[in-house]
Design a protein around this ligand. Structure first.
Ligand SMILES: [Zn+2]
Ligand SMILES: [Zn+2]
Length: 479
């Protein structure tokens, strides 16, 4: 076969091509009647009355593709369980039951927890229903679990797929597809640093890659070593405790929250400080504790008998205790507590409840550790002057209250995404199909600055990819 042969194969982003939300990348192989999809996520929209607060990938365009290619086999691969990567999967599976889904075990488990929570919240807020609990269960049960980083033979024209640990969060992977024309890799969200619950990605990918789609979230910035940031956070919580205050750390249930909660639990144990957590973070860590993937770093957990005699998952061996309705008041009224709790952008949940109780006291600290999207309470807090006011509205019952923020608000810049230099270095070290360079590198999952920043860094490499393309939604790129 001619080494430039591609069988008319093409790539098209239906979401997350030129933005961060609702990632869905599609590869079509007309000659072999095969379609691959990397992720099917959702994106968040600012609140706007009763209008839907999420957007989906371009499923109308996907319907066109499916109509153009009848009888094609479709394989969907999930890189990890963040909503911008998996939030639309139960809907897609409902619309196209024939789609085969593959993911690691933690991704499937955490996806179930996250999507079930989203059904509950959407019901409570009267938002349109995209899929039911039954749709979700059918979808989860159909997933082919990937247990190792070995190639999986799809028994179809020589196509194989492989999941490579990508750091980022528990279960996250870079996904590779071996085609008759060479290997296509999608980086997924990738991070090279070890964290409390996940090992960083390997700095070298040994597969002979021909085409790469790569995330560009931090393409134009440098990130700090998370260990440095973590020690600053430990010190900040100790300072607050010394002044008889409480520390509130809004944390994502999936990824940053568990990492920070467990690490602080370990670090603060010797000072006799308990770390409190709960809500969705409890369900996510329970699911993670039962699943396995190659980059796991294990944490300790146990079960105790709950009120109804049922076993209740806990992180007490890691010095993390759960907040419940019945102990909430006691924690609020005491001092020296450290609470790491969802919602990570202070849009709902216990994070809002604690904020409303603690924000007024200048001895307290509110420490922001995760990305805060435009229009969220977390972002508003970061822009507030001392003594500023903020209005909290419960997404469940619509109750509103205005609070004054006298507590110290501080941001700690952790990132679960590799920065531009690290990504360029990864591309530099990567093996390629011709031993020289990638044929095409497509920059996706980033804003225009991130994409341009990474493009510049990749252009400067001695083995710069032959073509570097800025991803655009719904634009066909021939392989
Ligand atoms: Zn992610
Ligand atoms: Zn992402």
């Amino acid at each position: 076969m001619n080494k430039n042969e591609t069988g008319g194969a093409y790539f098209i982003a239906l979401g997350g091509g030129s933005n961060i939300g609702a990632k869905m990348l599609v590869l079509v192989f007309p000659r072999e009647k095969m379609i691959f999809i990397f992720d099917c996520g959702i994106g968040m929209l600012p609140k706007n009355g009763n209008a839907d607060n999420i957007y989906l990938s371009d499923l109308a365009k996907f319907a066109e593709l499916m109509a153009m290619h009848p009888g094609f086999r479709v394989v969907l691969m999930l890189t990890h369980a963040h909503m911008d990567h998996i939030g639309g999967v139960p809907l897609l599976k409902k619309l196209y039951p024939q789609i085969e889904i593959r993911s690691t075990e933690p991704t499937a488990g955490v996806m179930e927890v996250m999507c079930r929570d989203s059904i509950k919240i959407r019901k409570g807020s009267d938002l349109p229903e995209h899929y039911t609990e039954d749709d979700l269960v059918r979808c989860i049960e159909s997933i082919h679990i990937v247990r190792s980083a070995d190639w999986i033979d799809l028994k179809h024209s020589g196509f194989m797929v492989r999941f490579e640990p990508a750091g980022h969060i528990c279960g996250a992977s870079t996904v590779l597809v071996k085609t008759p024309y060479g290997i296509f890799a999608d980086s997924g969200d990738i991070s090279f640093y070890d964290t409390t619950t996940v090992r960083g990605a390997s700095k070298k990918l040994f597969d002979q890659v021909r085409w790469l789609s790569i995330e560009s979230t931090n393409g134009d910035v440098s990130i700090e070593d998370p260990e440095t940031v973590m020690s600053e956070l430990v010190k900040a919580t100790l300072d607050i405790k010394r002044n008889k205050g409480n520390s509130l750390i809004p944390g994502f249930a999936n990824g940053r929250g568990p990492d920070v909660a467990i690490r602080l639990g370990r670090e603060l144990q010797k000072y006799g400080i308990n770390v409190w957590s709960g809500g969705l973070l409890r369900q996510v860590t329970e699911s993670q504790s039962k699943a396995h993937w190659g980059s796991d770093r294990r944490f300790r957990y146990s079960y105790h008998r709950g009120k109804m005699g049922k076993p209740v998952f806990n992180l007490e061996p890691e010095n993390v205790r759960w907040v419940h309705g019945y102990n909430f008041g006691d924690i609020v009224d005491s001092s020296g507590n450290v609470v790491v709790i969802p919602n990570g952008m202070v849009e709902a949940g216990y994070a809002q409840d604690f904020l409303s109780e603690w924000a007024g006291d200048r001895r307290n600290g509110i420490f922001i550790v995760g990305y805060q999207a435009e229009g969220t309470k977390g972002r508003e807090l970061l822009g507030l002057k001392p003594g500023g006011k903020i209005t909290l509205t419960s997404p469940i019952n619509g109750h509103s209250e205005e609070i004054t923020v006298n507590a110290t608000v501080r941001q700690f810049r952790f990132s679960g995404h590799a920065d531009g230099d690290q990504l360029a270095d990864w591309v530099h070290r990567m093996n390629t199909h011709d031993g020289r360079s990638l044929d095409k590198m497509i920059l996706v999952h980033g804003n225009p600055n991130g994409q341009e920043g990474l493009r510049q860094k990749a252009l400067a490499l001695p083995n710069s990819p032959k073509e570097i393309l800025i991803g655009k939604n719904c634009e066909i790129i021939k392989l």
